[in-house]
Write a protein that binds this ligand. Structure first.
Ligand code: SF4
Length: 279
């Protein structure tokens, strides 16, 4: 049994939020450059250049990439041969979020859904814990802005609608979202499982490095087709027209019931922020 002090996890999560609210996914700049090479619309080109400039300014001045530093989402996979020592892990995670948002001067956006009174420290974090094999701890964090979160959708598609039903649902969701999620977007899509599992898989899919295809070849083909079709919709960067509506489509599928075909779409804006670390 490997003993891990919870303080180590708190420090890692603190550093990860300080980093990822400022520095986006390492692949983002490259993807913007790729888009610029094929984008024909002058206004779309100008917006992509501004997004690129914004990434550089955030990087050079160590300031947040976007004013909306999001709700703190934490995925933590704990090896079953690990024994945690110290305080309750969820308290440690929330301490890390509280400290990072305070020290980084990040916006505190979390409040009661009923009274709308702000908790003032961006806690509680949304925490997803999983037990895995071995003696490692894998932590992934993602601050999630709500301009894009609000455009996310879930649908219980019928098996008869099949894959065509999924294509239709995805394109309809992107069309209805228009410029609201600050495109160019990335889509995390969960297919199969149950109502809640497909939503969780949609969020997990966004943790993949930007543009990394699924290891499942059949799924990778669907990702490519969807990306291609979305970029023909003409929404463009910030909804101002052009061929760069999405930078990537990431899908995770799971076995489902014979009577159903759940599909969830988690929309991610161009501020693609996440970090991962193994302890
Ligand atoms: S959707 Fe993304 S880019 Fe737009 S305001 Fe929110 S976090 Fe910022």
């Amino acid at each position: 049994m490997r003993i891990v002090d919870v303080k180590l996890i708190e420090e890692a999560i603190y550093e990860m939020f300080l980093t990822c609210c400022v520095h986006p996914d390492r692949a983002l700049s490259g993807r913007i450059q790729d888009a610029l090479a094929v984008e024909k619309s002058p206004i779309a080109q100008s917006i992509l250049k501004q997004i690129q400039k914004n990434i550089e300014i955030a990087d050079q001045n160590n300031v947040p990439l976007c004013q909306d530093t999001g709700m703190a989402v934490v995925f933590i996979d704990i090896g079953q041969e690990v024994s945690l020592k110290g305080e309750y892990i969820n308290d440690a995670i929330n301490n890390a979020v509280r400290r990072a948002y305070q020290d980084g001067y990040f916006r505190k956006s979390v409040l009661s859904p009923i009274t709308r009174i702000n908790t003032e420290d961006n806690t509680p974090a949304v925490i997803h814990t999983r037990i895995i094999k071995g003696d490692k701890i894998i932590i992934r964090v993602a601050p999630k802005g709500f301009g894009s979160e609000n455009m996310s959708r879930i649908k219980m598609i019928t098996p008869a609608q099949g894959i065509e039903g999924i294509y239709e649902f995805v394109l309809e969701t992107v069309k209805n979202a228009g410029g609201n999620p600050c495109p160019p977007i990335t889509l995390g899509i969960g297919i199969g499982g149950t109502f809640e599992l497909c939503a969780l898989n949609a969020k997990r899919a966004l943790l993949r490095s930007l543009g990394e295809s699924s290891e499942d070849e059949d799924i990778a083909v669907i990702e490519k087709k969807l990306l291609n079709d979305i970029n023909k919709l003409g929404i463009g960067p910030m909804g101002m027209g052009g061929s760069t509506t999405a930078l990537a489509v990431h899908i995770i599928s799971a076995p489902t019931h014979l009577a159903g075909l759940p599909c969830a779409i988690n929309v991610q804006c161009h501020s693609v922020r996440h970090e991962s670390r193994t302890i």
